[in-house]
Design a protein around this ligand. Structure first.
Ligand SMILES: *Cc1c(COP(=O)(O)O)cnc(C)c1O
Length: 421
C-alpha cells in the first residue's frame, strides 16, 4: 500500500496534489511519501517483533539525507556498501553501531573510515578482503566485528542482473567453505566473527528461496558453534520484492517473511538483522514527468517525455516494468490508445514501455511513474548533460525539495581544464 492516490480527479502524494509539485519544482522530478516510507519500515520492524532484531535500511535503494534521517528517527540501522554511503549514514546521524558495512570490494580507506567512525560489523565477501581488514584493524589497534557473507547456491528466481545467491555470482564465499574460513578468522587477532550474513538477490517474489537459504544458514550456525565460534547474529540481507505491475499477483508481505524468519531461525537465539531496501523505498516514490510531444510513427505512436533513461534506468537496465499513469484521473471507460513511451536521450534503449495502453494524452500532460522510489534517483546520471533531477519529500500537506536541480553552470563548473589549455 502507498500514499499516491487519486483525489478529486488528481493524483496526490499524501495530501499534496502532484500537479502543484510539478508546477513549483518542474519536471522531471522524484517525489517520496513520508507516510509510505514510515509504514514500510514499521512493517518489517513489526514482522520481527518478539525477536531481538535490527532493520538495517539498504540505503543504496534511495539515499537522500532526508530519507536517511527519517529512517534513523524510526530506529533503523543502515546497510552501506561504500565509503560514500557510510559518510552519508553518519551525516544523517545514524550511530556507527547501527551501520552494517556490506559490499564485495571494500577498500582499506573505507575500512579505516568505518573502524574510526564506528561500525556494527563488516560483512566480508572474500578471503583477500578478510586479510586486508585484519591488517587495517591491527594497524589501528582495534578488533573488527565481522560476519562472512555465505553464498548458499540457491536460485532466487529473479532477474539475472539482481540474483546474487548462485555459485556463479561474484558474491560471498561458498557456504561449503565457511567452516574453514571461520577457522582462519579465529586465528586473526584483528577480527572477531560475530555472525553469518546471506543476501540472495533482489525483487524476490517467492519465499521458497529464502526458506532454502535460511535453512542452510541455520545448519551452518550449528556447525560453527560446534567448532567453538560465538555466532550471536544472523544478517539475512534484503531482497523482498514489490508489486511493480498491479495486474500481477502480489509478492509475499513482510509479515509472511517475518513469520518464515521466526519459523526457521527463531530458536537459534541469534539477533536477526535484515537489510530491506526496495520494499521500503520502492512504492514510496514516483517519478513525475511531462509529455513533450506526441509523435505519430508508422503503425505506432510515441509519447516523448521529459524524463529519460538517465533519470530512471530500470527499464533499460532490467527490462523493468513501471506503471505509468496520468496525473489527471481518467474518466471511467475513457478511450485508450497504445503508446511507445520514450525519453529524449539519443539511445534506442531510452524506452520506458512499448505498446502501453494509456488514456489519450497530449503535449504538456503530466504522468507519474509508479514504484520509482528505489533504484531510481540513486542510479541517475547526467548523460546527455541532463541535470540530475530534483527529489521532493511530502509529509502530509507539506512538501520540500530535498535535492535541487543543478544549473547547467554548476554542471559545467565541475569540469576543470588542464593547465596547458
Ligand atoms: C542491494 C542489497 C540489499 C537490498 O536489497 P533490496 O532488494 O533492495 O531489498 C541488501 N543487502 C545487500 C548486501 C545488498 O547488496
Amino acid at each position: 500500500m502507498d500514499h499516491f492516490l487519486y483525489r478529486d480527479g488528481m493524483l496526490h502524494a499524501e495530501d499534496v496534489p502532484l500537479s502543484e509539485i510539478a508546477a513549483e519544482v518542474g519536471t522531471p522530478c522524484y517525489v517520496y511519501s513520508t507516510a509510505t516510507l514510515t509504514r514500510h519500515f514499521r512493517l518489517f520492524d513489526e514482522a520481527l517483533s518478539g525477536m531481538d532484531h535490527l532493520v538495517c535500511y539498504a540505503m543504496k535503494a534511495a539515499s537522500n539525507q532526508a530519507i536517511l534521517k527519517l529512517m534513523a528517527s524510526l530506529g533503523a540501522g543502515m546497510d552501506v556498501v561504500s565509503g560514500g554511503e557510510y559518510a552519508r549514514a553518519i551525516a544523517a546521524g545514524v550511530p556507527g553501531d547501527k551501520i552494517v558495512f556490506s559490499g564485495v570490494g571494500k577498500t582499506r580507506e573505507e575500512m579505516t573510515a568505518a573502524l574510526k567512525g564506528g561500525v556494527r560489523q563488516f560483512n566480508l565477501e572474500s578471503e583477500p578482503e578478510m586479510e586486508a581488514l585484519n591488517e587495517v584493524a591491527l594497524s589501528l589497534g582495534v578488533v573488527a566485528p565481522v560476519t562472512v557473507r555465505v553464498n548458499p547456491d540457491v536460485d532466487a528466481k529473479t532477474h539475472a542482473k539482481i540474483a546474487t545467491g548462485k555459485s556463479e555470482n561474484k558474491f560471498g564465499i561458498p557456504i561449503s567453505r565457511a567452516p574453514e574460513v571461520y577457522g582462519r578468522i579465529a586465528q586473526m587477532k584483528g577480527l572477531k566473527a560475530v555472525g553469518i550474513d546471506v543476501h540472495i538477490g533482489s525483487q524476490l517474489t517467492d519465499l521458497e528461496p529464502y526458506r532454502q537459504a535460511f535453512t542452510k544458514v541455520k545448519e551452518l550456525t550449528q556447525v560453527l558453534r560446534d567448532q567453538g565460534h560465538d555466532i550471536i547474529r544472523l544478517d539475512l540481507g534484503g531482497g523482498l520484492g514489490i508489486p511493480y505491475d498491479r495486474g500481477n499477483s502480489a509478492p509475499p508481505l513482510p509479515v509472511e517473511y517475518g513469520a518464515l524468519v521466526r519459523e526457521v531461525l527463531g530458536d537459534t537465539g541469534c539477533e536477526i538483522e535484515i537489510e530491506p531496501g526496495r520494499l521500503i523505498a520502492g512504492n514510496a516514490g514516483i517519478m513525475l514527468s511531462k509529455v513533450i510531444y506526441v509523435k505519430e510513427g508508422e503503425g505506432r505512436n510515441f509519447l516523448i517525455l521529459d524524463g529519460a533513461m538517465n533519470d530512471l534506468i530500470r527499464p533499460a537496465m532490467y527490462e523493468a516494468h513501471h506503471d505509468i499513469v496520468p496525473l489527471v484521473e481518467p474518466a471511467p471507460g475513457a478511450e485508450q490508445s497504445p503508446y511507445d513511451i520514450v525519453g529524449p536521450v539519443c539511445e534506442t534503449g531510452d524506452t520506458f514501455a512499448k505498446g502501453r495502453n494509456m488514456p489519450v494524452l497530449k503535449a504538456d500532460d503530466l504522468v507519474a511513474f509508479r514504484s520509482a522510489g528505489a533504484y531510481g534517483a540513486v542510479m541517475a546520471s547526467e548523460y546527455n548533460t541532463r541535470p540530475l533531477i530534483p527529489e521532493v519529500l511530502v509529509h502530509g500537506d507539506q512538501f520540500a525539495v530535498i535535492r535541487s536541480r543543478p544549473s547547467y553552470e554548476e554542471i559545467i563548473n565541475r569540469d576543470t581544464l588542464p593547465g596547458w589549455m
